[in-house]
Design a protein around this ligand. Structure first.
Ligand code: FAD
Ligand code: DHB
Length: 398
């Protein structure tokens, strides 16, 4: 079957999640012509319940791109968070790090709605339900991407392909095995998440280390709670009735917050495995990777979406400079520059996961190490400041 309707763009983006759509807007701002090819439907991408915490860099990016009207109005700005161990909570004030340091609680699906609505208004082209997307000719100066739709086989020619297609996408696999280094850690547990239209049990997030396992109280709005429980990888969502979830959550989050839980019917429940993963380099020939396509963090540090946004800020700047003056220095340095920041976020997410979760083979010594480190955070402004510096997001040096 011959490809129908060949066309040309400067950059072909694979995947319309946060990385792909932020990149499309940044390239549009830089007047670099692009198209986004997405496997799933628009409704599917928007309705996935995932991240909830935005770093300042991500909110600043939304402001810069003219996408911040709703996040400014509806996003919940938090100047601190609570950590708890053995039923005994303490507060980490981000102001200990810097006056005004904060995170913004705003759901990933809301970010996607803002990105998609503005893409419609700006004429950014996103092709949904593009099946069998195949990047090709990546080791030449004239790569192309093919895909299938009900109307046939399609092809777009381009200067660069950017793989923003998440952990299970097609792009990373295009880098030859002998070039690609993989660094990986899987964790022997998952996270069971629940959404319910009930007021949150605290005005800020609570991360609880409990003998029975980790619990996290988060939210989406003053009337919508997002709660998580560490669970076994063998568990299925059907094993967790709402009643079982509420009982376990109340135990783990601790007496002080348990009293303030409003129980109600859940309207979403899902289990996610936890993984640390980095591939290097994040480019090969005319292919660049960004976001979850190149790296995964366990969700504990709330870094995944924010890292995706940071990657594409660096990449878009490199591509803008390439098209403005033909300089290759930005695109040649992209992988090293992105990875330097990625590894710091990987470290923080790994550290916080180890500090707050129950591991199957933990002995008394391991448990005392967790307690001692959390007690050190409770008592030391220097330790809390280091936590806050990483949690609110390290600065993005371009
Ligand atoms: P994705 O969002 O995975 O997007 C990739 C896109 O590519 C998808 O739309 C997919 O359909 C598409 N695609 C895949 N394969 C193909 C193909 N072959 N062809 C075309 N398209 C394809 N991060 C935070 O920053 N803060 C948090 O608080 C946070 N909490 C989280 C909680 C949970 C429970 C989970 C699971 C994740 C959380 N994350 C968090 C992580 C965050 O959701 C991800 O890191 C983020 O979605 C990455 O964006 P991305 O665009 O790189 O990848
Ligand atoms: C949320 C998810 C996280 O992984 C986290 O650390 C904090 C909040 C959330 O979905 O609200």
């Amino acid at each position: 079957m011959a490809p129908a309707g060949n066309r040309r763009v400067q950059v072909a983006i694979i995947g319309a999640g946060p990385a792909g759509m932020f990149l499309a807007h940044l390239l549009h701002e830089a007047r670099v012509d692009c198209v986004v090819l997405e496997l799933r439907s628009r409704e599917h991408v928007v309705s996935r319940v995932r991240a909830g915490v935005l770093e300042r860099t991500t909110v600043d990016l939304m402001k810069r791109l003219g996408l911040s009207e709703r996040v400014t109005r509806e996003g919940l700005v938090h100047g601190g968070t609570t950590l708890a161990v053995n039923n005994d909570p303490f507060h980490v004030d981000f102001d200990e790090l810097a006056v005004g340091a904060a995170i913004t609680v705003y759901g990933q699906s809301e970010v996607m709605k803002d990105l998609n609505r503005a893409a419609d208004e700006r004429g950014i082209e996103v092709i949904y339900e593009a099946a069998d997307v195949q990047p090709q000719g990546l080791d030449s100066d004239t790569p192309w991407v093919t895909w299938k739709s009900p109307s046939g086989l399609h092809r777009v020619d381009c200067d660069f392909v950017v793989g923003c297609d998440g952990f299970h996408g097609v792009s990373r696999g295009c880098i030859p095995r002998e070039v690609l280094k993989i660094f990986e850690r899987t964790y022997p547990f998952g996270w069971l998440g629940l959404l319910a239209d009930v007021p949150p049990c605290n005005h800020e997030l609570v991360y609880a280390n409990h003998e029975r396992g980790f619990a996290l109280a988060s939210m989406r709005s003053p009337t919508r709670s997002r709660y998580y429980l560490q669970c076994s990888l063998q568990d299925r969502v059907e094993d967790w009735s709402d009643d079982r979830f509420w009982e376990e959550f109340a135990l783990r989050i601790g007496d002080c917050f348990a009293q303030r839980i409003t129980r109600g019917p859940s309207f979403e429940k899902s289990i996610a495995p936890l993984r640390s993963f980095v591939c290097a380099p994040m480019c090969w020939g005319r292919l660049f990777l960004a976001g979850d396509a190149a790296h995964i963090v366990p969700p504990t540090g709330a870094k995944g979406l924010n890292l995706a946004a940071a990657d594409v800020i660096v990449l878009a700047d490199a591509l803008r400079r390439f098209y403005a003056g033909g300089s290759r220095s930005g695109i040649d340095g992209y992988s090293d520059r992105a990875l330097a920041r990625v590894w710091k976020a990987e470290r923080f997410s790994w550290w916080l996961t180890n500090l707050t979760h129950r591991f199957p083979h933990m002995d008394g010594f391991d448990r005392q190490m967790q307690i001692a480190e959390l007690e050190y955070l409770r008592s030391s402004p220097a330790a809390r400041s280091a936590f806050a510096e990483n949690y609110v997001g390290l600065p993005l040096e371009i």
